[in-house]
Design a protein around this ligand. Structure first.
Ligand code: F6R
Length: 260
């Protein structure tokens, strides 16, 4: 794991955007795995800015989103379809035919999930997977106890996640109980993972994921087994890391060719 601690979310997000833009220059038809929620908002804003500045072309990019709430129509304001079009896709030159987001209204959820996995495979796999982390250590909506080998499937949200996400819905009761999410195994198949985490509420989950044991009780901890996972943090999210000074020193000491 490469742990990169930045002074604030904007500088961490700018680094993540640079990694993505570098990939798009090398591979214009790259496959991006995307997350929703508050964490990637600045990253998406930066990608939009780079696109407007002529530095990022999404015309051939293909995308797969991590997850979607079951029961929400794509046009529901809190659906992850709405989120993605509002916060990224609506502002870049992506071809809508290249966008995949789990269908929260799928009539046959297991069949849909198998097809989603097949579509990822047919696209050649995910080049970069953008991830946030839940306060309970979830990635995608793989809640604690998720199989670390899981594939795209239905999951039931924890009380803690529904409480965390109530801010978008008005109340906890309105947060759907079920979701479709890529599995932990699906995430781990991505050629590169970029996990972003900001704010002190994420500090315990980050400390457990980065410095704790690999355990299904903190699904993000499996990223310790990923060959190219980068964890981009602001200072408050890094506050409980015992070896923060070491990670800072490693990053500051990188040879030029390795710099982001
Ligand atoms: C969203 C997702 C979730 C979020 C996580 C953090 O697509 O997969 O794992 O990344 O719940 O959410 P925020 O960023 O809102 O704190």
């Amino acid at each position: 794991m490469e742990i990169i601690i930045q002074p604030d979310p904007a500088s961490a997000s700018a680094l993540a955007a640079r990694v993505i833009v570098r990939l798009l220059r090398a591979k214009p038809d790259a496959v991006l795995g995307l997350a929703t929620g508050s964490t990637p908002l600045l990253l998406y804003r930066e990608l939009i800015r780079l696109h407007a500045a002529g530095e990022a072309d999404f015309s051939r990019v293909r995308t797969f989103n991590l997850d979607e709430y079951i029961g929400l129509a794509p046009e529901h304001p809190q659906s992850y379809h709405s989120f993605m079009w509002q916060n990224l896709f609506g502002h870049i030159n992506i071809d809508p035919r290249n966008v995949r987001i789990p269908d929260g209204q799928a009539a046959d959820v297991p069949a849909f999930c198998a097809q989603y996995e097949e579509q990822i495979r047919a696209a050649g796999g995910i080049d970069i997977q953008v991830l946030g982390i839940g306060t309970d250590g979830h990635v995608g909506f793989n809640e604690p106890s998720s199989s670390l080998a899981s594939r795209t499937r239905i999951k039931t949200l924890t009380v803690q996640t529904r409480r965390d996400n109530a801010r978008y819905f008005g109340s906890e009761d309105q947060v759907p109980q079920h979701v479709i999410t890529m599995g932990v195994g699906t995430v781990m198949d991505a050629r590169q993972c970029l996990l972003l985490a900001f704010g002190s509420a994420k500090a315990p989950a980050i400390a457990a994921a980065v410095e704790g044991p690999i355990t299904a009780m903190n699904p993000a901890s499996i990223l310790q087994m990923h060959p190219t996972a980068k964890v981009l943090l602001d200072e408050p999210a890094a506050a409980s890391l015992k070896r923060a000074d070491y990670y800072r020193w490693v990053y500051a000491s990188k040879p030029d060719w390795q710099r982001l």
